[in-house]
Design a protein. Structure first.
Length: 276
């Protein structure tokens, strides 16, 4: 068996990447450790990475201080519904701007992209007034529906759809397939890596949303996890053990989603950088 030639550059790259990965993991290790500590152990120098003793009362206190279970349900419901809704609209929009022929298609798409230039904070007050006029404030409507329309998601999928060979679309058209059949039988199956990657990004965006739910909701029954955790921070004192316990629970769905769709995420990132 031939021996591989020693490459110092590869070894150095692995060392640098390992150091970087470990340094990025330190905050998460501290978060997990703090969730099982007493308040007096949080800022001990040198830090105690393994709590002694390990306590679980912080999680019980979290649910006694606030309706965290309700926050959890709201976040999961809004994130899952918002993700599927945004992906559906993005697929339809991307297909229209990539394979359907209609007057002014490219000019309309440019105007569509131009809306990305408008900062979120500029649109916030007008959108609040619209939501109030629709009587959607403090409802699931305001948490889900406005987020379904994403220019970025449509743009990302359109660029991927354009990479599909035109011959496949023409062959399906000759066989008598209509646009709806071509979309769901050919375009979508060939675009699962991009759709999977976009699904992860969308879920993270919905799950971590803070500013919009904070402004648009006011009751405990409609709050989501990021807003609920923010209320654990006091002006003069913050119990970081309870706060980190909530953060640990908030991280669980994100890890599950990433592990479930990791292969689509990696393939989507790789294929998005390939061109014919």
């Amino acid at each position: 068996m031939a021996h591989r030639k020693f490459n110092p550059g590869i070894v150095l790259a692995y060392i640098v990447l390992s150091i970087g990965a470990f340094s990025m993991a330190i905050p998460f290790i501290w978060m997990l450790s703090t969730a099982f500590k007493t308040p007096s152990q949080v800022f001990v120098i040198p830090p105690k990475w393994i709590p002694s003793p390990i306590i679980t009362d912080n999680f019980k206190k979290l649910f006694s201080l606030m309706p965290f279970g309700r926050y959890y349900f709201n976040s999961i419901f809004v994130s899952v519904t918002g993700t599927f809704g945004r992906l559906l609209l993005a697929i339809l929009t991307a297909y229209a701007f990539s394979w359907l022929e209609f007057p002014g298609r490219d000019k309309i798409f440019i105007l569509y992209l131009a809306t990305m230039m408008i900062p979120f904070h500029v649109r916030l007050v007008p959108m609040f007034l619209i939501m109030r006029a629709l009587r959607w404030l403090d409802t699931y409507y305001v948490l889900i529906i406005p987020g379904l329309f994403s220019v970025y998601a449509a743009f990302l999928l359109r660029q991927f759809f354009l990479g599909i060979h035109r011959d496949l679309i023409d062959a399906a058209t000759i066989d008598g397939c209509n646009s709806w059949t071509i979309l769901w039988r050919i375009v979508v199956p060939l675009s699962t890596p991009a759709i999977g990657a976009l699904g992860i990004f969308t879920f993270l965006d919905e799950w971590n949303s803070f500013m919009w739910p904070l402004i648009m909701t006011s009751s405990n029954k409609m709050r989501v996890i990021p807003v609920g955790l923010a209320f654990l921070q006091d002006q003069y004192y913050t119990d970081y053990t309870i706060l980190m316990a909530g953060a640990v629970l908030a991280l669980v769905p994100v890890i599950i989603v990433f592990l479930a769709f990791q292969r689509y995420f990696v393939r989507g990132i790789v294929l998005s950088g390939l061109k014919e």
